[in-house]
Design a binder for this molecule. Structure first.
Ligand code: UGA
Length: 434
C-alpha cells in the first residue's frame, strides 16, 4: 500500500486519533490546530485527554518521524494528498449543528490546497455539508468526500484500528478509492456510497444507539413496576441477533459529546425538511423523563415534607463523567441528574476517579471530594452515576460510618448488594428488585 501525505485539521478526539492512527499505518501525517499551547504539548507527545493508547500512539508516530503538529493550517495542507477536516460541530441555534468551524477552515484552505487533493469530512455534519464545503472551496480540481467516524471515547484507538465498517461517501469513484486506500491495512468492510448517504449514516447510527438506550431505560422502569429483572430481560431479548445484547444497559440517561448533539441535530434537520420522525422526539424526551423519575425516586426516599423537598439534604454522588474510562464531562447524564437534585435543594458532594483537580464548571453544582469516604460525610444517600469499576471496591463500611442515612441508589447496577448489606447499607439498583 503506498503511503500517502495526509493533513488533519483539528486535534480533538477524532482528529488526534485519526492523525496518530493513520501515521501508525504508515502514512505521513501533519496535524494542524489553532491552539499553540496544545500544539506545543502534542509535539512532546503530551495528550491532555484520557484516552487509552493514544499517548503511546502519538509518541511512537512522532519518534518514527511520521507525525507532525503545527498551528499553520495552510502549510499543513499545502503538500497534502488527503486533507481531513476533524472540526467541532457543536449544538447551535435551535439544536442544529453549528458548522462555523468547518466553513471557516474551508475558506482558509481553499487557495492553498494542491491540485488533485481530496478533502475528507470526518466531523459529524448534516446532509449536504460535503456539497456546501465543495461550494466554499470552489475548486473543480479538489474532491470532497464524507468519511464519518464511529469511534467511542475511551476506546478511540481500538475503534479506529478495528472498525466494524468504513463508510465513504463520494461523488467521484477515484476520490473514494483514494480514501479507502488509506485504510487498506485495516481490512474492514467498506460501504461506498454517495455523500448524503454517508452523512446521514453517522446521524442514524448515533440516533439508533440513543433510541436503544431510551428503550432500555423505559424497560427498566417497567421491570421495577412488574418485579422483573432488567438484566435477565435484556439478555433474553439480546440473544436474538436481530436485537443484539450490546448497548442495553440502563443508566442515568445517555449523554456525552455526541449522542445528545447528534440526536438534536437530526431532529432539527428533519423538522426543517418536513420529515415526520416521531421516534426522534420520543427518544430525546424519554431521556429527560427518565432522569426526572430517578430524581423523584431519591426525593421519595430522602426528601422532606409532602412535596419531597431535598432542601439541605446532603447527597454523595459517585461518578460525574458521562461514562467510565473518560474524563469528559460534556453533556454528562450525571451532571443532568445533579442539576435536578440541586433544583430541589440538595447539597451535593461528588467523587469521580478521573477528576482530581478543582473543576470550575462544577462549583455551583457540587463540591468535589478527592476521597470517596470523605464524599459521604453526612450524606442521606449515595448515588452512583458513572460505571467506574473501582467504585465496586470502595471501603463501603467506612463510607457507611460517615453517612447520615443508609441508602445507595445505584443507577448503573454496578455494586454488589450483598457487600453493601454487610456494610449496613441498603442497595437500590435500576430495573431490579432491591
Ligand atoms: C458515541 C457512539 O457510541 C460512537 O459510535 C460514536 O462514534 C461517537 O458517539 C461519536 O459520534 O463520536 P461516545 O460518545 O464515546 O460514543 O459514548 P458511548 O460509549 O456511546 O456512550 C454514550 C452514553 O450512553 C453514555 O452516557 C453512556 O454511559 C451511555 N450508555 C452506553 C448506557 O447508559 N448504557 C449502555 O449500555 C451504553
Amino acid at each position: 500500500m503506498p503511503a500517502q501525505r495526509v493533513a488533519v485539521v483539528g486535534t480533538g478526539y477524532v482528529g488526534l486519533t485519526t492523525g496518530a492512527c493513520l501515521a501508525s499505518l504508515g502514512h505521513a501525517v501533519v496535524c494542524a490546530d489553532a491552539d499553540p499551547r496544545k500544539v506545543e504539548r502534542l509535539r512532546a507527545a503530551r495528550v491532555d485527554i484520557l484516552e487509552p493508547g493514544l499517548p503511546e500512539t502519538v509518541r511512537d508516530a512522532l519518534e518514527a518521524g511520521r507525525l507532525e503538529f503545527t498551528v499553520d493550517t495552510a502549510a499543513a495542507v499545502a503538500e497534502a494528498e488527503v486533507v481531513f477536516l476533524c472540526l467541532p460541530t457543536p449544538m447551535g441555534a435551535g439544536g442544529a449543528a453549528d458548522l462555523a468551524a468547518v466553513e471557516a477552515v474551508a475558506e482558509q484552505i481553499r487557495d492553498v490546497l494542491p491540485p488533485g487533493c481530496v478533502v475528507v469530512n470526518k466531523s459529524t455534519v448534516p446532509v449536504g455539508t460535503s456539497e456546501r464545503v465543495a461550494a466554499l472551496l470552489g475548486r473543480a480540481d479538489v474532491a470532497v468526500v464524507s468519511n464519518p467516524e464511529f469511534l467511542r471515547e475511551g476506546r478511540a484507538v481500538h475503534d479506529f484500528l478495528h472498525p466494524d465498517r468504513i463508510v465513504i461517501g463520494a461523488a467521484q469513484r477515484d476520490a473514494a478509492r483514494r480514501v479507502a486506500d488509506l485504510y487498506i491495512a485495516l481490512d474492514a468492510p467498506l460501504v461506498l456510497t454517495d455523500p448524503a448517504s454517508a452523512e446521514l449514516t453517522k446521524y442514524a447510527a448515533n440516533f439508533f444507539l440513543a433510541m436503544k438506550l431510551s428503550f432500555a431505560n423505559n424497560l427498566a422502569t417497567a421491570c421495577e413496576r412488574f418485579g422483573a429483572d432488567i438484566g435477565d430481560v435484556t439478555e433474553g431479548i439480546g440473544r436474538d441477533p436481530r436485537i443484539g445484547s450490546s448497548f442495553l444497559l440502563p443508566g442515568p440517561g445517555w449523554g456525552g459529546s455526541c449522542l445528545p448533539k447528534d440526536t438534536h441535530a437530526l431532529l432539527t434537520v428533519c423538522e426543517q425538511a418536513g420529515v415526520d420522525f416521531p421516534l426522534l422526539r420520543a427518544t430525546i424526551d424519554t431521556n429527560v423523563i427518565h432522569q426526572r423519575r430517578l430524581v423523584e425516586r431519591i426525593a421519595a426516599a430522602c426528601g422532606r415534607g409532602p412535596d419531597g423537598s431535598l432542601d439541605g439534604v446532603r447527597l454523595a454522588l459517585y461518578g460525574l463523567t458521562f461514562k467510565a474510562g473518560t474524563s469528559d464531562l460534556r453533556d454528562s447524564p450525571a451532571l443532568a441528574v445533579a442539576r435536578l437534585l440541586r433544583e430541589r435543594g440538595a447539597e451535593l458532594t461528588a467523587y469521580d476517579p478521573a477528576l482530581c483537580e478543582e473543576q470550575p464548571d462544577l462549583s455551583d453544582l457540587a463540591e468535589l471530594a478527592d476521597d470517596p469516604v470523605r464524599a459521604a460525610e453526612g450524606a442521606a444517600a449515595c448515588v452512583v452515576l458513572t460505571e467506574w469499576p473501582q467504585l465496586r471496591d470502595l471501603d463501603w463500611a467506612a463510607i457507611a460510618a460517615r453517612m447520615a442515612g443508609h441508602e445507595v441508589h445505584d443507577f448503573r447496577n454496578l455494586l454488589d448488594p450483598d457487600r453493601l448489606a454487610r456494610a449496613g447499607l441498603s442497595w437500590q439498583g435500576i430495573g431490579r428488585a432491591s
